[in-house]
Design a protein around this ligand. Structure first.
Ligand code: PLP
Length: 373
C-alpha cells in the first residue's frame, strides 16, 4: 500500500465549521434557510455583484446558467481546450456543441486571440475558466465578447479569492459560477454559487433551482427545473470558511512563493505559470508546473516520496473517450498550446496548512526527479 506523506489537497476545517453544523441542526433549519441567504449576501457583496444563488455544486451551477440563457440543441459554445470536464459536459448536456479553443502558454487560460476564428452564426456564449485560480485575460475577453455580441460565462470554480486589476475575480462577466467542492480554495464540502447582474436571469435560475416553482407558488411548475438547492448545513460551513478566506488565500500564496523560489534555479527544465496583469493575483487552487517525463515523475513522487499530485488535465477535451467514441458533437480549432500543456502539466500539493518543511520536501523531490530523468 502506498503511504501518502503529502496529500495533494487538504481542506482547512476546524471548530468554526463544526459549530456552524451544530447550530444548523439546533436551529431546525436544515435546507435553504437563513444561512443560505446570509452566505449568498456575503459573497455577492464581496464580489460587488447584485445577484447570487447558492446551489448544490459547481456543475449544477453551470447547467442552470446554460439553461436559463436558453442554450440548446445545435447552439455552439466556445470552451477552452484544457479545463475540467464539467465546463464542457454541461454544454453537451444541453445538446449544444462545445467548440474547443486554444489556451495561453503563460496562464493556461482561454486565449482571447484564438476566439474570433471560432465564432460562427451559431455561437451563443464564450465559457472560460481561471485555470487553477489564475485570472483569465478579462480585458481582451470582454473586447471579443462585445465585438461579436456573444456573452461571456465565467466558470469560476477554481478562482474565488483571485484578483484581476484590483477587482475580485467573479465580478467581470455577466454571469459566473463557482464551486465549493472539498478541494477548493474555500469549501462547503459540496456546493456552488451563481453570480449575475441581470435580475431576469437570476429570477429564472431561482425557479429552476427548485423544480421550476415560482416563489410562493408551491407545487406549481412554471419552467423545467431541478433540485439544485444548497442546505443550511453546507451554507453554515461556507460562512465559517468565508470568514477565513483572506487567510486561506494568503497561506496558499506563501506556499506558491516558496515553490517559485525553489524552482527559480531550474527555469530551463521547470516552467511555472505567471499572472501577467498589473494589480492582479492568483488564488492558487493549483500550483502547476510543466516538465518533461511528467507521467514518470508523478509516479516516482508518489511511490518513492509519498507525494500525491494531480495531472490537471491529461488531454485536450476532444480526446476524452466520451467525445472520441460517442455521438456527442463538438468542433475543435487548432490547439497546439493545449496539446503541449496537457502533455507536460503536473499540479503539486498546495493547501493552507502546508509547512515550510513540506514545501521544501516536495520542491526538492521534484528537483531530484527532473535531474534524474
Ligand atoms: C473548472 C471547473 N468547473 C466546474 C467544476 C465543477 O464543480 P463541482 O465539483 O462543484 O461540481 C470544477 C470542479 O472541480 C472545475 O474545476
Amino acid at each position: 500500500m502506498i503511504q501518502i506523506k503529502i496529500p495533494w489537497a487538504q481542506p482547512d476545517i476546524g471548530e468554526e465549521e463544526l459549530n456552524e453544523v451544530v447550530d444548523s441542526f439546533r436551529s431546525g433549519w436544515l435546507t435553504m434557510g437563513p444561512k443560505v441567504k446570509t452566505f449568498e449576501k456575503g459573497l455577492s457583496s464581496f464580489l460587488n455583484v447584485p445577484y447570487a444563488l447558492a446551489v448544490s455544486n459547481g456543475t449544477v451551477a453551470l447547467d442552470l446558467i446554460l439553461k436559463s440563457m436558453g442554450i440548446g440543441p445545435g447552439d455552439e459554445v466556445i470552451v477552452p481546450a484544457m479545463t475540467f470536464f464539467a465546463s464542457t459536459s454541461t454544454v453537451s448536456y444541453q445538446s449544444a456543441v462545445p467548440v474547443f479553443v486554444d489556451i495561453d502558454p503563460q496562464t493556461f487560460n482561454l486565449d482571447p486571440n484564438c476566439i474570433a476564428e471560432a465564432i460562427t452564426k451559431k455561437t451563443r456564449a464564450i465559457l472560460f475558466i481561471d485555470y487553477g485560480g489564475n485570472p483569465a485575460d478579462y480585458d481582451n475577453l470582454l473586447k471579443v465578447s462585445k465585438r461579436h455580441g456573444v456573452p461571456l460565462i465565467q466558470d469560476g470554480a477554481q478562482s474565488l479569492g483571485a484578483v484581476y486589476k484590483g477587482r475580485p475575480v467573479g465580478a467581470q462577466a455577466q454571469v459566473a459560477s463557482m464551486s465549493f467542492h472539498m478541494a477548493k480554495v474555500m469549501t462547503t464540502v459540496e456546493g456552488g454559487m451563481i453570480f449575475c447582474r441581470k435580475k431576469s436571469l437570476w429570477h429564472d435560475m431561482l425557479k429552476r433551482r427548485n423544480h421550476g416553482e415560482p416563489a410562493g407558488k408551491k407545487y406549481t411548475h412554471a419552467v423545467l427545473g431541478t433540485n439544485a438547492r444548497m442546505s443550511d448545513i453546507h451554507a453554515g460551513i461556507g460562512l465559517a470558511q468565508f470568514n477565513k478566506l483572506p487567510l486561506l488565500i494568503e497561506k496558499r500564496k506563501q506556499v506558491a512563493k516558496l515553490y517559485d523560489h525553489i524552482f527559480s534555479s531550474k527555469k530551463s527544465k521547470i516552467q511555472v505559470s505567471t499572472t501577467p496583469y498589473e494589480n492582479s493575483s492568483n488564488a492558487y487552487f493549483f500550483y502547476p508546473i510543466l516538465i518533461d517525463q511528467r507521467d514518470k515523475i508523478s509516479q516516482r513522487l508518489l511511490h518513492e516520496y509519498g507525494i500525491d499530485t494531480r495531472i490537471a488535465y491529461p488531454m485536450p477535451l476532444w480526446k476524452q473517450p466520451v467525445y472520441r467514441s460517442s455521438r456527442l458533437s463538438f468542433h475543435k480549432m487548432k490547439c497546439p498550446v493545449a496539446e503541449y500543456v496537457t502533455s507536460k502539466v503536473l499540479n503539486l500539493p498546495i493547501f493552507p496548512s502546508m509547512t515550510t518543511e513540506m514545501i521544501n520536501y516536495v520542491g526538492q523531490a521534484v528537483l531530484n526527479e527532473v535531474e534524474r530523468c
